[in-house]
Design a protein around this ligand. Structure first.
Ligand code: IMP
Length: 428
């Protein structure tokens, strides 16, 4: 029996996982998404093409890879149809290479409306949801009310859909939300009819059979560990388990069959939406990071909050996920800076210092304690694989490796597939 490797984000999402899955995909026969939904935006860039995927696994551009949308995902058929249509021009064999779990939960249009209603009612305390209906869809899944992908094959699906949405409409009456229901319903049912043409199957059998046959599987996480429903900065989190364990429940893989865990992080930090962000820079340096890193959400276009690298948060993610290899992204964004800062500890209200994530991160004002490091202060875009990295960048990498006790096997210096450096001979 082969083992499935997991690739996930160690911060608040947007670490650049899409690029890495795409780089790794040639080594895998299957790429599988295990949680999240259209809140994700995985950007791939190669041969002058820039493409953003939301629900479809990032292995889709590799002709031989099978792509699986697992049971842990919440799938919006309307977004799915648009995504497939946007992929048409690449002539991919989607009917053969894409498999959807019958057990994945459906996002219905009223989930999106409920997301809006709940967020607006929270006022200042709003989470900054992407408003894609993620939270309400997972709520229905856990509440045992939800509809699943396999349900669209049932004769009475229309009836089930109307029953569920009628319950939502009754709730929506309490909120000042306006919408055109006949239009939303028509669009949804059309998208459901479209979805029926694809491989809807028991993907847990597919995955386990492939593992038995020695096939290599890459489980692709969405969002990031610090947005995990259990271990993230609750309540400013997404509604799924974004961590390694999510790959087990979201695909039907036993923990015994998890192999490598690739942890992807940016050389600095970003966050979209609300919630605590200890190293956030609300000044010109933060602005420069945003400009330099083009830090705007790939799903919502929102400007991302930016800050220095946060080691206590990374250590926490490494622990919870059982990371075995680190992948550092967007090193090039730090090139203009003469001096870099890395947060090594948090100073709490009582003056004590810790490198442990405090329970009340969301409520307590904590001050980051920084270590200053010399910047490389030179562009990296023209470096080619095999070239030596600047000494200060090596130093930055070594410092992080030492602190986290893990190798950084890959450093990315730009969005293209070619701007990727492997640092250790034992990298896959
Ligand atoms: P939701 O998942 O749309 O409900 O949003 C909950 C929180 O997670 C918000 O702060 C979002 O900005 C954040 N979030 C959701 N998906 C992503 C993502 O793919 N990247 C980064 N942040 C995300």
């Amino acid at each position: 029996m082969a083992k499935a490797d997991v690739l996930l984000g160690l911060q608040w999402g947007d670490e650049g996982k899409g690029k890495i899955v795409d780089v790794l995909a040639p080594r895998y026969e299957i790429v599988a998404r295990f949680q999240g939904g259209p809140n994700a935006g995985h950007t791939l860039e190669f041969d002058g093409i820039k493409h953003v995927l939301h629900q479809i696994p990032s292995g889709i551009f590799r002709p031989k890879a099978k792509n699986v949308i697992g049971n842990g995902v919440v799938l919006d058929p309307v977004v799915f149809k648009k995504e497939i249509e946007a992929l048409k021009r690449y002539n991919l064999n989607l009917k053969e290479n894409l498999y959807l779990s019958k057990k994945a939960t459906l996002i219905v249009p009223t989930h999106r409306l409920l997301d809006q209603a709940y967020e607006s009612a929270k006022g200042e305390a709003r989470i900054g949801s992407t408003l894609r209906g993620i939270g309400p869809a997972y709520q229905d899944k856990i509440g045992r009310l939800g509809l699943r992908v396999g349900d669209i094959l049932l004769d009475d699906f229309g009836e089930r859909f109307r029953r569920l949405t009628a319950q939502h409409v009754a709730i929506l009456e309490r909120y000042p939300i306006t919408y055109n229901w006949p239009q939303l319903e028509e669009e949804f049912l059309e998208a459901v009819a479209f979805l029926r043409q694809f491989n809807l199957t028991e993907t847990e059998y597919l995955i386990n059979n492939e593992l038995k046959n020695g096939k290599r599987i890459l489980a692709e996480g969405a969002q990031g560990a610090l947005l995990d429903i259990d271990f993230g900065s609750y309540p400013y989190v997404t509604s799924s388990n974004t961590i390694t364990a999510g790959a087990c429940t979201g695909l039907g893989i036993s923990p015994r069959y998890i192999g490598e865990v690739y942890g992807v992080f940016k050389a600095y930090c970003t966050r979209v939406g609300g919630g605590p962000f200890p190293t956030e820079l609300a000044d010109e340096t933060g602005e420069q990071l945003r400009r330099q890193g083009n830090e705007f959400g790939s799903t919502t276009g929102r400007p991302r909050r930016c800050g220095w690298l946060d080691l206590p948060a990374l250590k926490y993610s490494v622990m919870i996920n059982g990371v075995t290899q680190l992948y550092m992204m967007k090193a090039d964004v730090l090139s203009p800076f003469e001096e870099l800062k890395v947060c090594t500890h948090y100073r709490l209200n009582d003056g004590s210092e810790t490198d442990i994530m405090p329970f009340n991160l969301a409520y307590e004002q904590i001050t980051p304690v920084f270590r200053k490091l010399k910047g490389w202060h030179t562009p990296l875009n023209n470096l080619k694989n095999g070239d030596a990295l600047p000494a200060e960048l090596e130093n930055y990498i070594n410092f992080i490796e030492e602190q986290l006790g893990l190798p950084i096997v890959l450093v990315s210096t730009g969005p293209d597939r070619l701007q990727t450096f492997y640092r250790h001979a034992y990298a896959l």
